[in-house]
Write a protein that binds this ligand. Structure first.
Ligand SMILES: Cc1ncc(COP(=O)(O)O)c(C=O)c1O
Length: 426
């Protein structure tokens, strides 16, 4: 596969952007090799500058639940563009998307639209702190909730100790407002409450973890943390930025029937355009400005083009596209498990809805420590082989793969053939 044009463009990019990219994982650091440079996307496929095509399991890191450039979404976006593309004033598109979201995620009685998942989480946690009058936030080791200061904390902290940042540039005092516990460990949350009595404002978690690779909640775990938060007067925040509209149309809260106090959304809700949202009960959300004292604003919040893309995406998902994507994801999982068995590969596949991860270690992977035992070098080799075969898997063992409704039987068959050859060669 020739990639001269991609290589030249990436070299130029390295002089313009740190690492040649505008978001770190795009640089392929953990799998090696130069990233390809995209010329266009259509359906389940990306095409690079050299004309190579790849079946895409990254899908813009999740948002493209219908695949690239879905014609109906494009038509909705074009129609929105014809009406102007930013008003800085309330528009009908915001109402329509909010009503659709609330129909699917009824715990979001009232919501606020922002422009990214990071922003939505920041708003949600400010609200939680204001509502409880407490400062500390509990998060999970390996849970990713965007790049705001207090949440770039995942390592170096035991259960009882306060967080230490895993990024430079985060004030120690800010990092110390986060308490880190392992994923799928309700007893650790209970100890956190005991160690910091009356000080914890919220527990934020990805109810289905996607940022360590895909990790489902243990049976009973979400119910247990729900109960603990209620008992200790803290808010339960489900960050469904990644798993919303992907593990089920109503997100993890619909799938597992556990209600958070605040839900955070992003990715699919914008159909590939920049949108985030946070929401909860009206009484809670009325604390947000201009009704209440919690300030949060955004120049491009509720952007009409993004609203139109998100609304059309949700409508199409509800009309059968989610079911099609789910069937393809199941087919991929089945085929992949068969190949692992056939080749006696020590690995496990974890999937919820349309998100899945192949971990090169014995399963189940229940938390970050389990995932850290996976053979990352082996994953990197698989990634490079699959790319050569025209299949773009996530460029890190710790990033989940996404399936869209554009991934039909043909794409899954090609993917499984490439996997069969690559796994045999590994
Ligand atoms: C669970 C979760 N929360 C928040 C974010 C941050 O969203 P954004 O990248 O839109 O700021 C992400 C991004 O991957 C995410 O996966």
């Amino acid at each position: 596969m020739r990639r001269e044009l991609s290589r030249a463009a990436f070299q130029k990019a390295c002089g313009l952007f740190p690492g040649g990219v505008n978001s770190p994982v795009r640089a392929f650091k953990s799998v090696g090799g130069d990233p390809f440079v995209v010329a266009s996307g259509s359906g389940a496929r990306l095409r690079d500058l050299d004309g190579n095509e790849y079946i895409d399991y990254v899908l813009s890191w999740g948002p493209l639940a219908l695949g690239h450039a879905h014609p109906e979404v494009r038509a909705a976006v074009n129609a929105a563009l014809d009406r102007g593309w930013s008003y800085g004033a309330l528009c009908e598109g915001e109402l329509r998307l909010a009503e659709r979201v609330r129909a699917l995620v009824p715990t979001m009685e009232m919501m606020r639209f922002v422009s990214s998942g990071t922003e939505a989480v920041m708003g949600a946690l400010r609200l939680a702190r204001a509502a409880t009058g407490r400062d500390l936030i509990v998060k999970c080791d390996g849970g990713y909730h965007g790049h705001s200061d207090g949440l770039l904390v995942s390592a170096g902290s035991g259960l009882a100790t306060l967080g230490v940042s895993s990024s430079a540039g985060v004030p120690a005092a800010v990092a110390a407002t986060s308490v880190v516990i392992p994923i799928n460990d309700a007893a650790a949350l209970e100890r956190a409450f005991a160690n910091h009595p009356g000080r914890i404002a919220a527990f934020i978690l990805e109810p289905v973890v996607g940022n360590v690779g895909l990790i489902p909640p243990d049976p009973g775990y979400l119910e247990a943390v729900r109960g603990l938060c209620t008992r200790h007067g803290a808010l339960l925040v489900f960050d469904e930025v990644l798993c919303g509209f992907r593990v089920a149309l109503g997100g993890a809260q619909a799938l597992y029937q556990v209600k958070p106090d605040i839900t955070v959304l992003g990715k699919v809700i914008g159909g590939g355009f920049p949108v985030g949202a946070y929401g909860g009960a009206r009484t809670l959300m009325e604390r947000i400005a201009p009704l209440g004292p919690v300030y949060q604003a955004g120049t491009l919040s509720g952007n009409p083009v993004a609203m139109a893309a998100g609304l059309k995406t949700l409508e199409i998902l509800e009309q059968g596209a989610f079911a099609r994507a789910l069937a393809s994801a199941e087919e991929l999982e089945r085929g992949l498990c068969g190949l692992l068995e056939k080749n006696s590969v020590s690995a496990c596949v974890q999937r919820v809805g349309t998100i899945l991860t192949l971990f090169f270690c014995q399963g189940p992977v229940r938390n970050y420590a389990d995932a850290a035992r996976a053979d990352r070098e082996r994953y990197a080799r698989l990634h490079r082989r699959m790319l050569e075969a025209g299949v773009y898997l996530p460029p890190s063992q710790f990033e989940a793969a996404f399936v869209s409704s554009a991934h039909g039987a043909g794409e899954i068959a090609i993917t499984l053939e490439a996997l069969a050859r690559s796994l045999a060669a590994l």
